[in-house]
Every structure is written in structure tokens, then in C-alpha cells.
Design a protein around this ligand. Structure first.
Ligand SMILES: [Zn+2]
Ligand SMILES: [Zn+2]
Length: 308
């Protein structure tokens, strides 16, 4: 009797301990580190694209997507997400959260159909829960047929949709996901907190955003690198002063200003555009230039795994 009780207590302790472990470990995989256009860009024969075609990762970059292992949360579905998942060791996507409606973040949504057996017509027991912040919903209803497509997925039982209101929290196991509405109000970043770690992930559209005063310290921040108005190695101007892009997009230097205002142990910059014509080797040089100035960050590459 006492022996049985003892074994039960041990089992409970093991369970509690393993839950804590699950809550504390976070493995964040940057599945795709590219921007709106992948590298190599189809039909392009610039040096950056040619090199990426020959060498592959880390020189090549697919569309912007992040996966949080352990809680099985995917962030965004660029058109090449199927290939990104094929080259990873991901076995299940239980949740997917969306940052905004732009095509480079949503056009791969057929990925949710891939684990559906078209011939069985049996009810699904492993549908994906799609988390959509409230400010993302208008774009989903009005653009690209996204909501229509999701209604179809719901009808065949492969997804459920859950709308997250601003200031809400969504719990997955021991982790809490908090949507953060950006200055561009149709776009969200996400704060993901486990029992002891905090991660900020912003996929795109950082322009005008200021770090919220109550954000506190984060262990990791993943941010879009921004548009390179100047070549970051030579400082030669890349874009004319009056180009409309500079009014619409956060620049690399503006991003570094945000980085300066963040209290983050580690910074990773992603969403790297082919148009900026920076190779993987160039970006390593840029990291070094800024490290010498006391500004420490890493550029993302496809498949980069961050254990915190
Ligand atoms: Zn984007
Ligand atoms: Zn190119």
C-alpha cells in the first residue's frame, strides 16, 4: 500500500518536472528567412540569385515563416511553406498564427490540406487550430480569398479558426501567446512566454512601431531586417531619397533604432529581401561591423534553430 503510494508520488513528481521542462525549453526555428520574394528569385540571374542556386542554404532563402517546437506553433504560411516543412523535422502543426494578410505570409495555406486523407472522408482528429488576431481579420475577409479558403477547410474538417482579441492571451500547454498590434494596425507581432522565457517575434511591417514601455526584458527578439536604404558595408545610398518605399517600409537603420530600445538578450533579423542584393557572406560582414560598434545581432538563415 505504502509502496504503491510512494510510486504514485514519484510518478506525479516526474510528470510535474517534465511539464516544467516543456514549459521552459523553447526551440524557435526560422523556417524561411526571406522576404516577399525568395532567393533565388525565379528568372533572375543576378549574382545573389546565381550564388543561391548553386550553393543553396544559407545563401538561398524561402518566404517568412517561424515554427515554435514543443508547442507546435507555426507563424505564417508563405507559398513555399510545404518545402520548408519537408526539409525540417516537424511532424505536426497543431497551431498556426497569422501576422497579416500579405501574400508572402499567407499563400501557402494549402499546407493544412496536406495531412488530410481525401479518400477516407473520415472526421479529422488532428485539425490545425488557426489563431487570427482581430485586426488581421478584415484583411482575411477582403483579400486574396483567404477567409473563403478557410471556410472550405473548416467544411472538410481540417482547421478550426480562433479569433484573438487585442490584449488577449492564448495558452498552449505552459506557453502563453500574446498578440501585439503594430503601428501598421493590420499587422501583429507576438510575445510568446513560457514559464521562464520570453520571445518577441515580429514577422514584417515594423514601420513607425515603438517598443511598448511595459514590454520588459525578452530573451530573444526576431524582427524584420528592414529595407537597406544604404549599403550596410560601403554606406553608399541604395535607394533614392524620394522613393515611395522609404515611406512605406521600415529601414535597416530604423530597425537598429528599435533594437536599441529593446531589452533583449539576443536579436535576430529576418525577412531579408532579394532586392537588397546582400549575400549571406555580406550579412556576416555587416554583423561584424556592428558588433565592433557594440550592436550585437544575427541575421537569420533558413533552418536557423534558436534554443533559449
Ligand atoms: Zn512580408
Ligand atoms: Zn536576383
Amino acid at each position: 500500500m505504502i509502496e504503491t503510494l510512494f510510486i504514485r508520488i514519484i510518478n506525479v513528481l516526474v510528470l510535474v518536472f517534465s511539464f516544467n521542462q516543456r514549459g521552459e525549453d523553447m526551440i524557435i526555428e526560422l523556417l524561411g528567412s526571406g522576404g516577399a520574394i525568395p532567393i533565388p528569385r525565379p528568372l533572375c540571374n543576378c549574382n545573389i540569385c546565381k550564388e543561391a542556386r548553386i550553393k543553396g542554404v544559407p545563401y538561398s532563402r524561402m518566404g517568412p515563416s517561424v515554427f515554435i517546437h514543443d508547442i507546435n506553433l507555426l507563424i505564417d504560411t508563405p507559398e513555399d511553406i510545404v518545402h520548408q516543412i519537408n526539409r525540417s523535422n516537424i511532424e505536426d502543426i497543431k497551431y498556426c498564427i497569422y501576422s497579416h494578410w500579405h501574400p508572402d505570409h499567407t499563400m501557402g495555406r494549402r499546407v493544412f490540406e496536406m495531412n488530410h486523407n481525401f479518400r477516407s472522408y473520415l472526421p479529422k482528429d488532428n485539425s490545425t487550430k488557426i489563431l487570427i488576431p482581430e485586426g488581421v481579420m478584415p484583411g482575411f475577409r477582403e483579400r486574396l480569398g483567404i477567409w473563403n479558403h478557410f471556410e472550405y477547410f473548416k467544411q472538410i474538417g481540417i482547421i478550426e479558426t480562433i479569433i484573438l482579441s487585442d490584449n488577449s492571451e492564448y495558452k498552449i500547454d505552459n506557453a502563453v501567446i500574446k498578440p501585439i498590434r503594430l503601428k501598421e494596425e493590420y499587422v501583429y507581432g507576438f510575445l510568446i512566454e513560457s514559464l521562464s522565457k520570453r520571445v518577441l517575434i515580429i514577422m514584417d511591417e515594423l514601420i513607425g512601431w515603438e517598443v511598448p514601455k511595459d514590454l520588459g526584458k525578452v530573451d530573444l527578439a526576431v524582427l524584420p531586417a528592414g529595407v537597406f536604404e544604404f549599403n550596410p558595408i560601403t554606406n553608399v545610398r541604395n535607394l533614392p531619397v524620394d522613393t515611395p518605399t522609404l515611406k512605406l517600409e521600415c529601414t535597416f537603420l530604423e530597425t537598429l533604432h528599435i533594437v536599441d530600445n529593446l531589452n533583449a538578450d539576443k536579436i535576430v533579423l529576418s525577412h531579408i529581401e532579394e532586392l537588397d542584393k546582400l549575400s549571406y557572406d555580406d550579412l556576416i560582414k555587416v554583423e561584424e561591423i556592428y558588433r565592433k560598434k557594440g550592436i550585437d545581432f544575427k541575421f537569420a538563415y533558413d533552418g536557423m534553430k534558436l534554443e533559449i
